[in-house]
Design a protein around this ligand. Structure first.
Ligand SMILES: C[S@@+](CC[C@H](N)C(=O)[O-])C[C@H]1O[C@@H](n2cnc3c(N)ncnc32)[C@H](O)[C@@H]1O
Length: 371
């Protein structure tokens, strides 16, 4: 059994007790990293001691360290970790989900640099337009996740950017909100999908926004395996391409899209609106299907996640597929695509009565599981 990660986090503002969400027992991964600590040290060194606006905070280390922090985030899992850690540490905070805008009332901004630089650029453009000129902006990432042109991306929006000396395998950049920032257009990414009448739109940071993922394509190539359904859920929907294709083929009467990314759901909503579907649609921001409160569904489509934050972790998809059984009517069908090397079979067999591999190619397996 792996050892449990430490939970006591020492910051320049004091000690925090931090855990991840979702959380295993024992949880082998720590709820903060040295990029978080470097950001807090840089903020404290500049005398920023309250009302920090924290962007892309994973589990609350940034938002909860100094008094009256605000989180601006995309991830429901991060929002939940933040809420639980705030309660455990008795710290007040506020949160705004993207693409909405946070309050500009802050002493400075701390940003964990996201994987996709297009998302960073969009976040910086909005903040630059929205926050008072001169507001300090500190950004950090772990060396292994930073693109070589990160500083140039920051400079393109904020102007003069200082690259600080790396420490503990992480690095900080600093800049200030410039005067007269331009108002950005919404940077939709678009691709044409053979299975849909319209192009698919995705906000920055959303999974596979520039082309159809090859796993999703494999599922759509075999969509004939989906039984026609009155009510269908697109679980972990991203831009909604799977559910929309099923609706376009007349396989579903009503569609509910679930994702933990608010930007993904905003993208799915935009795509559903432009397709002018006859199917009823619903959108749920939460962990798996946890925010869905409607009737059990007849079918679920899923291309499950294989990451927990920056970490590749099979656990993310396995728990989602197991949860899916709870949302299905008896006799309902889960159709899920997975990389062949992922061992979802035993997990599915524990939660469903009949589990079959209905299609396979060199890379992927398509699972059909009946509740
Ligand atoms: C592999 S992508 C698939 C997206 C889309 N269905 C497609 O085929 O392009 C997985 C999606 O799972 C979402 N996700 C990750 N963890 C989740 C969770 N615990 N609950 C709901 N969605 C989650 C991610 O935000 C991402 O959009």
């Amino acid at each position: 059994m792996p050892a449990a990660a430490p939970q006591r986090c020492t910051t320049p503002y004091g000690e925090l007790h931090l855990v991840r969400y979702p959380r295993r027992n024992p949880e082998p991964l720590q709820a903060w990293c040295s990029a978080d600590l470097l950001l807090l040290e840089a903020a404290a060194a500049r005398g920023l001691c309250e009302r920090l606006l924290c962007v892309n905070d994973d589990f609350g280390a940034l938002t909860l360290a100094a008094p009256d922090g605000t989180a601006w985030l995309d991830s429901w899992l991060s929002a939940e970790a933040l809420a639980r850690n705030a309660q455990a540490n008795e710290r007040p905070y506020s949160v705004t989900s993207m693409p909405g805008l946070p309050s500009p009332d802050c002493s400075g901004v701390l940003i964990r640099i996201p994987k996709q630089l297009a998302l960073l650029r969009w976040q910086l453009q909005l903040l630059a337009q929205h926050l008072p000129t001169g507001t300090p902006v500190l950004l950090a990432g772990m060396d292994k996740h930073l693109a070589p042109n990160t500083a140039e991306e920051i400079e393109a929006v904020l102007g003069a950017t200082e690259r600080h000396r790396g420490a503990r395998r992480a690095r900080v950049f600093s800049a200030r909100v410039p005067a007269n920032a331009e108002c950005p257009d919404i940077p939709w990414r678009r691709f044409q999908c053979d299975y849909l009448p319209n192009s698919v739109h995705s906000l920055p940071g959303v999974f596979s926004g520039d082309s159809l993922d090859i796993g999703s394509r494999f599922l759509l190539d075999n969509l004939s395996q989906l039984r026609p359904a009155e009510r269908c859920m697109d679980l972990a929907c991203g831009n909604g391409v799977l559910g929309l294709a099923a609706a376009h083929q007349g396989l579903v009467g009503a569609l509910v899209f679930c994702d933990e990314s608010a930007m993904a759901l905003a993208s799915a909503k935009d795509n559903a609106t432009r397709m002018d579907l006859s199917a009823d649609t619903g959108f749920c921001w939460g962990d798996g299907s946890g925010a869905y409160e409607g009737e059990p569904v007849d079918s679920i489509l899923c291309n499950p996640p294989f990451h927990l934050g920056h970490t590749v972790d099979e656990y993310a998809g396995r728990r989602l597929l197991q949860q899916a059984a709870r949302q299905l009517k008896p006799g309902g069908q889960l159709l899920a695509v997975a990389n062949r090397h992922l061992t979802y079979g035993p997990a599915l067999q524990r939660s469903f009565t009949s589990v079959k591999q209905v299609a396979q190619n060199r890379k992927f397996t398509l699972w059909s599981a009946i509740r």
